[in-house]
Design a protein around this ligand. Structure first.
Ligand code: AMP
Ligand code: ZN
Ligand code: FE
Ligand code: FE
Length: 291
């Protein structure tokens, strides 16, 4: 059994200056991969993993530029899976970016999203809050489109004051314009990441109900996202103790989406150095060209 002092030792472990959770315009972030890397440099980060939702399309642009800046960029993704009608995010790291099964999987996720987005827009139109696919494509060209993009357009069109309101009143689970339809299971997401040679990590587990967290931790994850945004030590501690008990990787990242969310400033959470070393070693093993 782990003693408290072991856990405290772990919480005082050596952190890298690597933020392993952030988004670009290829999903719902506001910065391009280039601008994100410039900001990472400005903040003196030495490592980064871009974890866009359901896509790795930032990497062809990001990899050569990270190399130029001397930032170690590890392949990453945040996969939208579903468990018991709840959306669960599965982070993948250090996988082979050219893995064709992963590519096909991402395409499948994009198709599911497109079908779902059309259904959401139909529901909005039905209550006289029209947002069109053309408007979305013009405002957000390329990348994974989801509820945050629809919410942003609803704000810009004056339907609601804030994105939060758009979720609370219309797009959130149980609200009238909510559509499920993302059918990837958590073990499926883990399997795809493993098959592509990567590590699978449960994203932001601190927010999950205890029973659900327990069930998810029976699945073949490799790690838990212990350090996240500006979480307090008290919020980190229960997750840290699970990771230690299971001998899983401990990761950390900001979940940066753009400068607006101060809870998620780039570089506000880091991945421990020994985990990041493993990410780099695995990335190299998967024959990635990184800085
Ligand atoms: P989707 O992947 O299209 O289902 O959208 C999920 C994303 O919407 C999450 O990653 C969050 O960034 C955002 N989101 C979910 N619920 C809320 C909420 N209540 N308020 C603001 N953003 C939310
Ligand atoms: Zn997001
Ligand atoms: Fe997430
Ligand atoms: Fe995220």
């Amino acid at each position: 059994m782990q003693t408290v002092s072991t856990i405290q030792n772990h919480s005082m472990q050596v952190l890298s200056k690597a933020d392993c959770h952030c988004h670009t315009v290829f999903s719902d972030g506001t910065l391009t991969p280039i601008a994100l890397l410039d900001l990472a440099k400005e903040k003196q980060l030495t490592g980064l993993s871009i974890t866009d939702h359901d896509t790795v399309d930032a990497y062809p642009i990001a990899l050569p530029y990270a190399k130029e800046l001397g930032i170690t960029l590890v392949p990453g993704i945040e996969i939208s899976a579903t468990y018991q009608n709840t959306s669960i995010h599965v982070l993948g790291y250090a996988f082979d970016l050219s893995n064709s099964a992963l590519r096909i999987f991402c395409e499948k996720l994009q198709e599911q999203r497109e079908t779902r987005n059309h259904k959401i827009l139909a529901k909005l139109a039905h209550i006289n809050l029209p947002v069109t696919m053309d408007e979305i494509q013009e405002r957000f060209p390329g990348g994974t489109i989801g509820r945050p993009h629809i919410a942003k357009l609803m704000v810009e069109k004056g339907y609601v004051k804030t994105m939060q309101k758009a979720f609370q009143r219309f797009l959130g689970e149980k609200q009238r314009c909510y559509v499920g339809g993302m059918t990837i299971t958590v073990p499926e997401a883990i399997g795809v990441i493993h098959d592509a040679g990567g590590f699978a990590v449960l994203a932001h587990p601190h927010g999950l109900r205890p029973k659900m967290l327990e069930a998810l931790c029976e699945m073949p994850f490799d790690g838990l996202e212990v350090y996240y945004g500006h979480l307090s030590l008290k919020q980190e501690q229960p997750i840290l103790s699970i990771a230690v008990r299971k001998n899983w990787l401990i990761t950390g990242g900001s979940d940066f989406h753009g400068e607006k969310k101060s809870f998620h400033g780039l570089g506000c959470s880091f991945t421990p150095a020994d985990t990041f070393d493993q990410f780099v070693a695995r990335t190299l093993k998967n024959q990635m060209a990184i800085a």
